[in-house]
Design a protein around this ligand. Structure first.
Ligand code: CAA
Length: 249
């Protein structure tokens, strides 16, 4: 396996699980992390040790995915340091939950920039290379809440719904170039992002999930790994739901 996979936000939460799964599958994996987030920086050494202990060699690059120029620099560094990116996983994302009447412009902007503008900023760097080489996989992490909405998530749900529209449009444009473009819409996953929800609210959410539990990060990573594989060559413009049945409630 010589393919190179890049996972944004790949040192924490779901992104770390995706990076580990792709490394296990034999890809050369590169991740990005946001140097402006103290929690991410605090966890970097432990993440590096976990990767080394598992026998994976994964390079990590700092980037602010909400900033286009930062993504240009990232792409140049990855190209020079590792090589051309074949698989892009747009995973980086944040929440800034608040009911709409309380939501500030800052909370709206932060989530739109980090969760949706980022998909443009990062994908733009790698799409020409993929198209010219005749192979590519662009996989973006949406959310069940981009499909059904959620109390307190007007910003997040709008961004995650936007990812689905982006995916379908770019898929149509790249279909003849060997590049597939898909989204994955996870439900509630057992990560720090979900752990931030107030426990009684989270209990109410889990009670509504038909399978009765949070997803394990590796269960979502498996969907991403499938979309990255040659077996998924005929799947493009899709949004794969992995939500424990929540969408159907
Ligand atoms: N559903 C219905 N009513 C709700 C509610 C909910 N989820 N949350 C609060 N309310 C009600 C309250 O009972 C209260 O009612 P009264 O006025 O009659 O007393 C009123 O709404 C309070 O409104 P506030 O604007 O004051 O809400 P708040 O500030 O107390 O809480 C919130 C808002 C912090 C967003 C809280 O609702 C919350 O944490 N919701 C969960 C959001 C969520 O699911 N986030 C997912 C994060 S993980 C993720 O995003 C990953 C993924 O892809 C799934």
């Amino acid at each position: 396996m010589t393919r190179i996979a890049l996972v944004t936000g790949g040192t924490t939460g779901l992104g770390a699980a995706i990076a580990a799964r792709l490394a296990k599958d034999g890809y050369t994996v590169v991740v990005t992390y946001y140097p402006g987030d103290a929690r991410v920086i605090a966890g970097l050494a432990a993440w590096k040790k976990a990767m080394a202990d598992a026998g994976y060699t994964v390079k990590a690059y700092p980037v602010d995915v909400s900033d286009f120029d930062s993504c240009i620099t990232l792409a140049a560094d990855v190209q020079a340091g590792v090589g051309p990116v074949d698989i892009l996983v747009n995973n980086a994302g944040i929440t800034a939950d608040a009911s709409f009447r309380k939501m500030t412009k800052t909370e709206w902007d932060a989530v739109m920039h980090t969760n949706l503008d980022s998909v443009f900023h990062v994908t733009k760097q790698f799409v020409e290379g993929m198209a010219s080489r005749g192979f590519g996989r662009i996989i973006s992490i949406s959310s069940v809440n981009g499909q059904k909405g959620e109390f307190g998530q007007a910003n997040y749900a709008a961004a995650k719904a936007g990812i689905i529209g982006f995916t379908k449009s770019v898929a149509a444009e790249l279909a003849k170039k060997g590049v597939t473009v898909n989204a994955v819409a996870p439900g509630y996953v057992g990560t720090d992002m979900v752990a931030k929800i107030e426990p009684s609210i989270l209990a109410g959410i889990v009670a509504k999930v038909p399978v009765g539990r949070l997803a394990r990060p590796d269960e979502i990573a498996a969907v991403v790994a499938f979309l990255a594989s040659d077996d998924a060559a005929f799947i493009t413009g899709a949004c794969i739901d992995a939500n424990g049945g929540l969408y159907f409630r």
